[in-house]
Design a protein around this ligand. Sequence first.
Ligand code: SAM
Length: 230
Amino acid sequence: MNILNDKRLLLCASFVGGRAAADIGTDHGFLPAHLIVNDICDRCIAADINPLPLEQARNTVKEYALEDKVTLVLSDGLHEVDLSGVSDIVIAGMGGELISKIISECDLLFSVDNAYSLILQPMTRPWALREYLYSAGFEIEEEKCVREGRFIYSVIKAHFIGKAPSYHDDERYRYFGRIDLDDETGSAYAADRVGKLRSAAEGMIESPDSREQGEKQMQIVSKLTEILKF
Ligand SMILES: C[S@@+](CC[C@H](N)C(=O)[O-])C[C@H]1O[C@@H](n2cnc3c(N)ncnc32)[C@H](O)[C@@H]1O
């Protein structure tokens, strides 16, 4: 059944590999409903920090008669979420720093033996999330992009390995992630990132207070432009 008509959330859903998922910041609860109705999961947790979105999720759960399969939880990040039996954790539609904070505050995620699959979709500052994941010992096993209207989003699938991943925490990793630059949407995402970084750097260079920072950022832009050429 077609509950999701949002390609970004559909890509998140396609990364779910286990039978029980927790959607943190669920808002309307469409993702958990989609996972159950399409037999991707047997049960889901739909969590949100705000009561109003959780009420919207409650309506979705009622509409599709999923009361026995979707548990609604009012929770700041994963604090109130019981992860017993959960395989996949989706955190989508938030800033890269907030996603990093939510991960960092949940000790259970830092286990190699019981590594949860994290499906992450940063709306802003994706490089901050990638930097955090690398430094905290999470490996990105897959990253794909999707175009939705005027925007291109990246979705990350990561799990804890307890050490630095085999790739490097360099400019390519931070700004282009692990996306395939040979893929049309992937290369469009990368070009879009470089364009935004360049505009920001140009703006910084205009002002004496931020000129030095702008010039440093322009060096990163040059490196990334070189990578895109190959
Ligand atoms: C922009 S919506 C994204 C909804 C959906 N995940 C998506 O990607 O379309 C962000 C949601 O995250 C919730 N949220 C923000 N901070 C949160 C936190 N610390 N813990 C749980 N939910 C949070 C908000 O209340 C809101 O419903």
